[in-house]
Design a protein. Structure first.
Length: 98
């Protein structure tokens, strides 16, 4: 799995490790390489929670309607017995807990 970094924080770490009085070609080259790297096309992970609007009917398990806390979209009536791991509308991850 690829690992994505914040170039600004990487440069800060290099500068912290090699302060100006220890400036060397290695630091300048590392910073130049990081600044020249192309940006990765990634999106931040959206995390949300399902809000139950109706359901939990013992007779009909598919009578649940959930609303996404991120986008407000509702699941179709009768589509899910339990809330899905991801919102089908905005892609928010409902399983992560930060």
């Amino acid at each position: 799995m690829a690992k994505y970094i914040d170039v600004g924080k990487a440069i800060e770490a290099i500068c912290k490790e090699y302060p100006k009085e220890k400036l060397c070609n290695g630091k300048a080259e590392a910073v130049a390489i990081l600044e020249d790297m192309p940006a990765a096309d990634v999106e931040p992970i959206k995390c949300g929670q399902w809000e139950m609007l109706s359901g939990r009917d013992a007779k009909n398990l598919f009578n649940n309607i959930f609303r996404c806390s991120e986008c407000g979209a509702q699941t179709p009536e009768g589509a899910y017995p339990i809330a899905p791991d991801y919102c089908p509308h905005c892609g928010a991850d409902m399983m992560r807990r930060w």
